[in-house]
Design a protein around this ligand. Structure first.
Ligand code: FES
Length: 291
């Protein structure tokens, strides 16, 4: 059986649900608002967790490699193990924030991911202690075992990120389904002021916002996990997603609050003789968003 098939079995394993409940309770204690946005990576416009994991993984891998090289690298290797331990904490917290707004099948794999990485961190902690007491052989062995555990954790995290698109921009593929050129969406006055309207371009759903005399058109798919935004609401000049509450500014589609980190895909707009038209954004043209 291939690794991917084995990991998909974890998605169906409800024995992980009690642990998921405990992790959910932990995640709920993370502060809401700007701190949580930072943990998601909203200000970066990119998920923070995959960036944060580089430091512990890189440090630990470097320590394990140093252990294999000729010469005396004991102090450097132990320092790298300790840097990895310190860096693993913020990496875990940012991962917990992302995990808390994922689907059940992703969360089950996320539990296994956390167990593997937690085991890896414990092994590296034991490695650091063994090195401190001069037990270099144990220090190397424990670090090697820790690397195996975090390697497995990385495979599980990769499954969530790539196979299940946790953290990917779920709206991106739709851009390629919108044909070039202007598309008629209907009479402008038929789209409600101060609310979300819906339309389609060749079968591609779009959401229309009219606020304060300006109009905007976005792909009707939340970049976070693909929710239909027209099921959400327009609040304080932002489109709020119905699933996990991400908010996107109606003026441009940028993220006001996560968990989404990617902006809404915004289309150029034009109003001709009272009819709203939209097209794919043109690289060198001013984006038309107005009546
Ligand atoms: S699908 Fe999660 S915030 Fe929109």
């Amino acid at each position: 059986m291939r690794l991917g098939e084995r990991i998909r079995e974890i998605e169906e394993d409800d024995r992980l649900d009690p642990a998921a409940s405990r992790m959910r309770a932990l995640a709920e204690r993370l502060p809401a608002g700007p701190v949580r946005d930072i943990l998601h990576g909203v200000q970066l416009g990119h998920p923070l967790h995959p960036i944060m994991v580089h430091l512990p993984l890189g440090s630990w891998l470097a320590a394990v490699l140093l252990d294999t090289l000729p010469g005396d690298h004991r102090r450097s290797a132990r320092a790298l193990v300790n840097v990895g331990l310190l860096a693993s904490l913020p990496a875990a917290v940012s991962g917990l924030a992302d995990w808390s707004s994922q689907h059940e099948r992703q969360q089950r794999v996320g539990v296994a991911h956390a167990v593997a990485n937690g085991t890896g961190a414990l092994l590296f902690g034991a490695s650091s202690a063994a090195r401190a007491f001069g037990r270099q052989g144990w220090g190397r062995t424990l670090a090697l075992a820790g690397m195996g555990a975090v390697g497995l954790g990385g495979a599980l995290g990769g499954h969530i990120a790539y196979y299940r698109a946790g953290g990917a921009n779920s709206a991106d593929y739709l851009l390629d389904r919108v044909p070039e050129g202007w598309h008629d969406l209907g009479r402008l006055e038929d789209f409600p002021e101060g609310d979300l309207g819906s339309a389609h371009i060749e079968g591609v759903p779009v959401v229309v916002t009219r606020t304060g005399g300006s109009v905007a058109v976005f792909l009707d798919v939340c970049p976070h996990m693909g929710a239909p935004l027209t099921d959400g609401e327009l609040v304080d000049g932002c489109v709020r997603c119905p699933w996990h509450g991400s908010e996107f500014r109606a003026d441009g589609g940028t993220v006001a609050h996560g968990p989404a980190t990617a902006s809404l895909e915004s289309l150029d707009t034009s109003v001709v003789e009272g009819r709203l038209k939209a097209r794919l954004p043109q690289p060198d043209a001013e984006s038309g968003t107005g009546t």
